[in-house]
Design a protein around this ligand. Structure first.
Ligand code: GCW
Length: 713
């Protein structure tokens, strides 16, 4: 009996030890990049502990309380010591946070000019030394600026930077920095690969899920200041009072984190439900027979609805609209333009400083059979006709979030309309949440793309951040990759894309490599050897994906609807939809002729881009098959023929993934075991998928080229 009891006891002890060790070690990804692990470097620890002996943080607003909690949680854990918090003047070396209204030190520090340029969200982090003590001051005009400054300061410590001689000035380059959720009211997420929606609509507004705060906290830590809660394929029900109360509950939680809520709305909302027809998403929640934007009753309906929203959500951000696109209702049904449609909403939102984000993702073969030209054809004639509080929101490329596209030419040609850049964080066409693809290098390529619209240097970044225009209507949105999976994004490395989107939205001049390094150190390890390996995996991953999926400007050859695996053979007869339409393979060659003798999509770009793209000899090879139908025996820069180069790209793409896998295996034992095996499993799948892409595409294109695959018997 005694024996048994002892055995049970010791077994229990062992299990307890194992369990608690397991808990301490296992990383399930929930904490994202906000992991605060006690620093194991004694020199650094004493450097930080000496620099910060207490924290001075006056104020009691919701935001200040969040800052206090985060600093406690962060610094206490990172530095392994409890810090004293107070609201009064510091004794000894201290971290001081304040606004001109709350702190004399900050008042002394901030001169008028600096205050102005900090705006409502910017901050300073500055070392200030006096005879008595050394201070690190985080100063901002308001609490939200302090919140951002605080997260920046924690990032400095998480990434183990020194905290002496700090002199940081940071303010966002872009005003609206948004996540667009394609979340449906039934809990599903369109193009979501990380579980169900984060928003538990059935339980709201009474039940507040813990994750809402964690979501807001994560976004605030990277500077995201708005969220569009629901899918652009919008269910009109979102505007019913019942749902607006739920939205208001979320807005209340997000507000102290500096995050405003926005909604996608269905253009037919004012109409009666009796118009609902199977499949075409028409029929609204109102009682009108029409949604014609010029109808006075429709204008009244939107005004009343907007008033109702602002009564519940005083800082509501505005509406996102997908109209006259992919079956969504829109103004064109009533013979009205996109501008007339957007303006009826803008008029209603204006008194409350709300905005409209009107999407330019349209295609309609009556406008032009080359799908990539349609947005510009429909929208450029409307330039200057939108109300000032309207953005036209366009995807980065003219097609649809392909692994690589040239930039949407609209960004150059709609000079009088505020343009909001839509990026896709969720990897609809880049391997969902199975492939490791770090997207920052891709976004940087887009942002640095020169449209020449005002001569050389008219980069997409300068258009989006307004620096090449005179407007403060600047915005960027990322289609979110979040869901209710424990690790938020499905793939652990997909978290890096959420992180990178926020960092670039705040400051697009930061390099993809720096962002990767920050994320790795905050999320995975600070060991420099491991960091270098992980960084190299990440930095090469996008080019690898382009190579094994769609090299040399190929596009949209994914399997139909799912958009995951290869499907170059798809042909439905629907002109603008299936793979064969896009790749145009035939016995002569490969690629879509968009040159001046083809669809002339090149004509939508400014000179000299137009002629650079138009000419087969000057067109960058990365866009070759996007703009040209190229002979199989065409000589590429490498000296290979097109066919050989295609084979080489597909092969190097699969080799790169093998390489990534090998590099990952070398990390075993240096990073968290749970993360290690999670990523290992995903990479194993990616190796198989890359080979499938290569084999499927090469054997399919071989029917046309009728040439052997080099190295293959
Ligand atoms: O890329 C396509 C997607 C659709 C999406 C649409 C859009 C939300 O396949 O799922 O719908 O783009 O951006 O509106």
């Amino acid at each position: 009996m005694t024996f048994t009891r002892n055995r049970i006891f010791s077994l229990g002890t062992i299990l307890l030890v194992l369990f608690s060790r397991g808990l301490a070690l296992a990383d399930d990804g929930y904490e994202l990049w906000l992991k605060y692990r006690t620093l194991d470097n004694a020199v650094l620890l004493s450097h930080y502990r000496e620099a910060i002996t207490s924290v001075i943080l006056p104020g009691e607003s919701g935001t200040i309380q969040i800052i206090r909690d985060e600093l406690k949680r962060g610094l206490d854990t990172l530095l392994g010591a409890g810090l004293r918090f107070s609201a009064s003047e510091p004794r000894g070396n201290a971290l001081v946070l304040g606004t001109p209204a709350s702190s004399a030190i900050v008042r002394r520090l901030l001169r008028e000019g600096t205050l102005h340029s900090l705006g409502s969200e910017g901050y300073l982090i500055k070392s200030v030394t006096s005879s008595k003590n050394r201070l690190i001051v985080i100063a901002a005009n308001g609490d939200i600026g302090l919140l951002y400054g605080m997260f920046h300061f924690l990032r400095i410590i998480q990434t183990r930077q020194p905290v002496v001689h700090l002199d940081i000035f940071s303010s966002p380059r872009i005003r609206y920095r948004l996540l667009d959720h394609w979340d449906n009211l039934d809990g599903s997420v369109e193009r979501g690969y990380a579980g169900r929606s984060l928003w538990k609509w059935d339980a709201l507004p009474e039940k507040i899920d813990d994750r809402y705060r964690d979501y807001a906290r994560a976004n605030a830590s990277i500077g995201i200041n708005g969220t569009v809660l629901n899918n652009v394929n919008a269910n009109p029900a979102i505007l019913k009072l019942e749902y607006l109360r739920k939205v208001a509950a979320l807005a209340d939680i997000f507000r102290p984190y500096g995050i405003r809520v926005f909604l996608s709305v269905n253009f037919s909302s004012p109409t009666s439900a009796k118009f609902e027809q199977e499949g075409n998403r028409k029929g609204g929640i109102g009682n009108l027979d029409t949604a014609d934007p010029l109808d006075p009753q429709v204008r009244r309906w939107w005004k009343d609805k907007v008033k109702e929203i602002y009564r519940l959500i005083p800082d509501f951000g505005g509406f996102l609209v997908k109209a006259s696109s992919e079956g969504m209702p829109g103004p064109q049904e009533y013979g009205r333009t996109h501008a007339e449609g957007a303006n009826v909403l803008a008029e209603a939102l204006k008194p409350f400083h709300g905005i409209v984000m009107w999407r330019a993702f349209v295609y309609d073969s009556s406008v032009d059979p080359d799908r990539v030209k349609r947005a510009a054809l429909e929208f450029v004639p409307l330039d200057g006709l939108f109300y000032p509080n309207v953005f036209v929101q366009a995807k980065n490329g003219p097609l649809d979030f392909q692994p690589r596209e040239p930039v949407q030419p609209l960004f150059g040609t709609m000079a009088r309309t505020p343009l909001l850049l839509e990026l896709q964080i969720t990897q609809e066409y880049l391997g969902h949440s199975t492939h490791l693809v770090y997207l920052a290098p891709m976004w940087k390529e887009y942002l640095q793309f020169d449209l020449f619209s005002k001569g050389p240097g008219s980069t997409l970044a300068s258009i989006v951040d307004g620096s090449s225009r005179t407007t403060d209507m600047t915005g960027i949105a990322g289609v979110a990759n979040t869901g209710d999976d424990r690790n938020w994004c499905g793939h652990f490395f997909a978290q890096a894309n959420w992180f990178a989107f926020g960092r670039l939205a705040w400051d697009h001049s930061v390099s993809a490599e720096q962002i990767a390094n920050e994320w790795i150190r905050m999320s995975l390890t600070s060991d420099s050897g491991s960091c270098a390996t992980i960084s190299s995996i990440m930095m090469d991953s996008w080019e690898a994906c382009v190579n094994y999926m769609t090299p040399l400007g190929l596009h949209h050859i994914m399997e139909v609807d799912v958009h995951y695996g290869p499907g170059p053979q798809h042909d439905s007869g629907r002109e603008d939809w299936r793979s064969v339409y896009y790749h145009r393979a035939d016995s002569a060659g490969l690629g879509f002729d968009r040159s001046s003798t083809g669809s002339n999509a090149v004509g939508q770009y400014f000179p000299p881009l137009r002629s650079i793209f138009d000419n087969l000899e000057t067109c960058p090879e990365k866009y070759l098959l996007w703009f040209h139908h190229v002979r199989w025996d065409h000589r590429m820069n490498s000296g290979r023929t097109l066919w050989e180069e295609l084979c080489e790209r597909y092969t190097s793409g699969t080799d790169q993934v093998h390489g990534m896998y090998g590099q990952w295996l070398s990390l075993e034992g240096t990073i968290d075991p749970e993360v290690f095996s999670h990523v290992k499993n995903k990479l194993e799948r990616q190796v198989i998928d890359a080979a499938l892409w290569k084999d499927t595409c090469l054997s399919y294109f071989q029917h046309f080229s009728r040439k052997p695959v080099p190295g293959q018997r």
